[in-house]
Design a protein around this ligand. Structure first.
Ligand code: SF4
Ligand code: FES
Length: 380
């Protein structure tokens, strides 16, 4: 379906180097959040890249010009070799950001990570209230453990970002979450309204708030920028279905970042495998450099040449790059179409229908389909 042109050396030289790599070290995780962006159908017992593979990947990332290594999952703490991986990233000059639920961390392990050269911790928070947070994460006692982790993060002098995904169960506390992040001593807080793919798509009915709730929460969080100016940086990802223009998903396909899955497949975004016909290369067969510059998947939607109308002649085409390919596929059946979030898309009515179908549906939240896989995760 997609037939990317072969990449000549001259063309490859015009492609900018990526700035970040999201390393999904494992899909294993003790939590079971119903909005998890991991695939819904993986065998999480399948063999992950080993320590030496990951070290090679990070060496190649540094050679490629990448600055930031985001160590993610699943829960990266489920890897026994995390300290060794962090130390290697530090050795090759990568800035390391640990994206974690905090569950499973001890003070001793935090100290070892810090001594290995960890630069930053991004801690997920399911809610500002313990009971609700534990229910959302499907893990009793998780909130309390996170509070201990916050203490250790500060004890070892690491900068903290708090990351909160917003949905129906916590949207009334979106503003409270910002205040709570300030109380926890975070320098940055990411308030991200749920993006509906993977597990979040399965749970869309239970997760999607009403339009009134969203408008109130968005206004509240935006209003807090002034209140907390100079105290905390607020990253605010507003919900797609109620927007006029789409976001430049991933900052543009193959433009800024790449994702490496636990088994070594390299993806332009975490949902790219939902797009049929794309050929993804693996770090087990190719260098990261070849994958970035030459692989078919990265070149399929890079830049603007692939675009159809209305994007092709739109003045915003280098602002949002036509939005999200995965969402375009999911809602219009073709990843080359404009993301239908865009009000200029001929299929924007589908988004309006979805948004309208959830409007006004306050009240009891249907039970979650928690992120659990048929094969239980091995104990780390
Ligand atoms: Fe973006 Fe395409 Fe919409 Fe223009 S028409 S704003 S490029 S999605
Ligand atoms: Fe794949 Fe947006 S999630 S391009």
């Amino acid at each position: 379906m997609n037939a990317p042109q072969p990449v000549t050396e001259a063309k490859a030289q015009r492609i900018p180097a990526p700035v970040g790599v999201l390393a999904e070290l494992t899909y294993r995780c003790p939590l079971a959040c119903p909005y998890c962006s991991n695939p819904t159908d993986v065998d999480i017992r399948a063999k992950e890249l080993d320590t030496e593979d990951w070290k090679r990947v990070f060496s190649e990332a540094a050679e490629l010009g990448i600055l930031h290594a985001h160590l993610s999952g699943g829960e990266p703490l489920a890897r026994r070799d995390l300290v060794e991986i962090v130390a290697h990233c530090a050795k090759v000059g990568l800035y390391t950001n640990l994206i974690t639920s905090g569950v499973g961390l001890t003070r001793d392990y935090m100290q070892r990570l810090s001594e290995a050269g960890l630069d930053h911790v991004q801690l997920s928070l399911q809610d500002a209230e313990a009971e609700s947070a534990d229910r959302i994460g499907g893990y009793e006692g998780g909130f309390k453990r996170k509070m201990d982790v916050v203490k250790w993060i500060h004890e070892f002098g690491l900068p903290l970002t708090v990351n909160a995904v917003i949905h129906r169960a916590n949207i009334e506390r979106a503003g409270r979450m910002v205040a709570f992040a300030v109380e926890l001593g975070a320098r940055r807080v990411e308030i991200a309204h749920t993006q509906y793919y993977a597990w979040a798509l399965t749970n869309r009915k239970a997760l999607m708030p009403t339009r009134a709730q969203i408008e109130k929460a968005v206004a509240e969080v935006e209003g807090l920028r002034e209140v907390y100016a100079g105290k905390i940086v607020i990253d605010h990802v507003i919900p797609d279905y109620f927007a006029t223009y789409p976001k430049a998903c991933m900052g543009g396909w193959g433009k800024r970042t790449l994702n490496v899955t636990p088994r070594g497949k390299v993806l332009p975004c975490h949902a790219a495998e939902t797009i049929p016909g794309l050929e993804f290369w693996s770090v087990t067969d190719h260098s990261l450099s070849d994958i970035w510059y030459k692989s078919p998947a990265f070149n399929a939607y890079r830049g603007t040449d692939w675009m159809a109308e209305p994007c092709r002649s739109c003045p915003r085409k280098e602002v949002d790059y036509g939005g999200c390919r995965c969402q375009a596929l999911a809602l219009t059946g073709d990843a080359r179409n404009a993301d239908p979030i865009c009000h200029l898309s001929p299929e924007h009515d589908k988004v309006e229908e979805i948004a309208a179908s959830f409007d006004g549906s306050e009240g009891e939240i249907p039970p979650y389909v928690y992120r659990r896989y048929k094969t239980p995760a091995p104990v780390a």
